[in-house]
Design a protein around this ligand. Structure first.
Ligand SMILES: Nc1ncnc2c1ncn2[C@@H]1O[C@H](COP(=O)(O)OP(=O)(O)OP(=O)(O)O)[C@@H](O)[C@H]1O
Length: 542
């Protein structure tokens, strides 16, 4: 049913036309059967010879029109769904996405959407099958009202019993799909943790047998149970159909007065109906899988839609010449599963000015990266407020606010395409930066694209720095950028790059553990367990 909604949402007019042409095809098929029946019984006075090819042509053409429309519709619906889901992720707050987890998002984006796109192609065929069945039923009604009533009664009982089996199979499919999320997490562990797994044979064995194999076995058992139940329902459905033909042939003539040509017409039509019936039964398991996938997609969609951000186009220009950024009583809490695993950063009061170099320091887990996400607007403060030039940052202007920052986080992502960079960026400037970062013999920039990103970790991070540099934003944030650079590049980073940025009037926030470079900072802010231990000016160090 959900699948039908998916199509209706894409275009109800096209669905209506497809159903209409499908019905014409189905109705004409039934008319064709009636014609064959008349020709066999020889009691027709009409010239059937020319009607036969005409009707066959109508069945063909209307069937094709209906299918073409539905194929276009279903593929469009999947296309829109993919985009809607991706946009939902792009528009969701970072914290919400972190809570949902990457495995769950990826499982839906890849598994569920693929299942759906592999199934929607069946919908057009099912629609035409249904139309043929409806057409045949109408013909049966015309042949004999009483025998039709008997057939419908029997079909309703049959469909009900098949439905019971299908609901049981659906239950197993839902369990299998839930297990798929865990399986996906383990697949990610295989690819992301391959080095660790290769280096420790016991860990690898443990992971394989305890996690992966367990999860794969559960998924196999639940899928097998579902498919087994489906095959029982398909077999049961087919058997019921033969029972119906048998009853019409041998029992109904005993109860009702029905002439032999009507009976022959009935049996011929029922036999013709058997093909679309079987085809629908065969496709039911695919449809059920697609429905489970769609439910997952919808529930993720709802979870994403529950918290969307206003990511509309930035209408106001960013303030290259801002003068004050303030955090007032700002807090953020990570709520763990246990009460004692809760971590709260703040309440913090901080103020930054243009052209400052600020080092944010502190032990592991003291809250430096969390503070970075709050300052850059990636996390929304749970309490307190952020002001830029006295303007309070709210949901309406947070997207605009974020455009003031360029950052290289410790878990940065490097895009091959240098999009979203400043208009002032020139090829020559980029080449100079490449030389400064000693990457000019490795990487070229062609058509705003990096020629390669297959580099060492340190080199990749230098490219991420280059991309940030070219963004030309007023505030820069580097989260432990220098940690994997050799001493020469640390020196270049702290003494040349940061100084260059300062000279250009940029504010630079540097999360660092390199204490012997602290003297180049204008200010050092030290965090301890989510609180500011000190916030010192440069002259206070000496
Ligand atoms: N996504 C998250 N979900 C739950 N808790 C988190 C999350 N990220 C961080 N934390 C917790 O918040 C605290 C602060 O983490 P944060 O990453 O801000 O520290 P940090 O000072 O940057 O540490 P490091 O120097 O190790 O990078 C830690 O106790 C950590 O366990």
């Amino acid at each position: 049913m959900n699948l039908i909604w998916l199509l209706l949402r894409a275009s109800s007019l096209q669905v209506a036309i497809a159903i209409l042409t499908g019905l014409i095809s189905g109705g004409t098929s039934a008319r064709l059967i009636a014609l064959i029946n008349s020709a066999i019984s020889g009691n027709s006075t009409e010239d059937l010879a020319w009607q036969f090819p005409t009707l066959a042509l109508i069945v063909l053409v209307s069937g094709i029109i209906s299918q073409v429309l539905l194929i276009k519709l279903s593929q469009n619906a999947v296309y829109r769904l993919r985009l809607r889901l991706s946009q939902g992720i792009l528009f969701s707050p970072l914290r919400h996405l972190e809570e949902l987890g990457a495995s769950k998002l990826l499982a839906t984006l890849t598994e569920d959407v693929t299942t759906l796109s592999n199934t929607v192609y069946a919908i057009p065929f099912i629609c035409v099958d249904i139309a043929v069945i409806v057409g045949c039923l109408v013909y049966l009604l015309w042949l004999s009202g009483a025998a039709f009533a008997f057939t419908i009664g029997f079909l309703m009982i049959g469909v009900g019993s098949v439905q019971l089996l299908i609901s049981r199979a659906d239950y197993f499919l839902t369990l299998a799909r839930d297990e798929q999320d865990n399986l996906f997490k383990h697949f990610r562990a295989i690819t992301d943790g391959i080095k660790e797994l290769k280096l420790n044979a016991i860990r690898r064995q443990d992971f394989f047998s305890e996690d992966l194999q367990n999860s794969a076995a559960k998924s196999r058992n639940q899928n097998a149970a579902a498919l087994f139940t489906y095959s029982i329902s398909t077999g049961w459905g087919n058997l019921l159909f033969f029972v119906l033909v048998g009853l019409i042939l041998f029992v109904v003539p005993q109860i009702l007065t029905i002439n032999s040509s009507v009976l022959a017409g009935f049996v011929l039509t029922l036999t013709y109906m058997m093909l679309p019936m079987q085809s629908i039964l065969d496709k039911l398991q695919q449809l059920a899988k697609a429905n489970v996938a769609l439910q997952k997609i919808e529930s993720l969609g709802l979870e994403l839609a529950a918290q969307t951000e206003d990511n509309t186009l930035i209408l106001h220009p960013i303030n290259q010449n801002w003068h004050q950024l303030e955090l007032q009583q700002v807090t953020h809490t990570y709520r763990g599963e246990k009460e004692d695993s809760k971590f709260t950063l703040g309440p913090l009061d901080l103020s930054f000015s243009q052209g400052e170099i600020i080092f944010i320091v502190g032990g592991n887990g003291s809250g430096k990266s969390t503070l970075a996400k709050l300052i850059t607007g990636l996390y929304v403060p749970e309490s307190g407020r952020i002001r830029l030039n006295k303007k309070v940052i709210t949901n309406d202007n947070r997207e605009w606010y974020r455009q003031h920052f360029s950052a290289v986080f410790s878990d940065y992502y490097l895009f091959e395409r240098l999009s979203g960079i400043s208009n002032n960026f020139s090829k020559q400037q980029a080449q100079e930066y490449l030389q400064q970062l000693k990457l000019d013999d490795k990487v070229e920039i062609k058509h705003q694209k990096l020629s390669t990103i297959s580099l060492s970790q340190g080199q990749k991070k230098r490219l991420a720095l280059l991309a940030a540099y070219l963004e030309n934003r007023p505030i820069y944030l580097f989260d432990e950028w220098a940690s994997d650079q050799d001493p020469i590049f640390r020196e270049i980073f702290y003494k040349q790059i940061l100084m260059n940025l300062k000279k250009q009037g940029k504010t630079v926030l540097v999360i660092s553990h390199d204490d012997h470079y602290f003297p180049i900072a204008d200010r050092v802010i030290k965090l301890d367990y989510g609180q500011i231990e000190y916030d010192k000016r440069n002259h206070d160090f000496s």
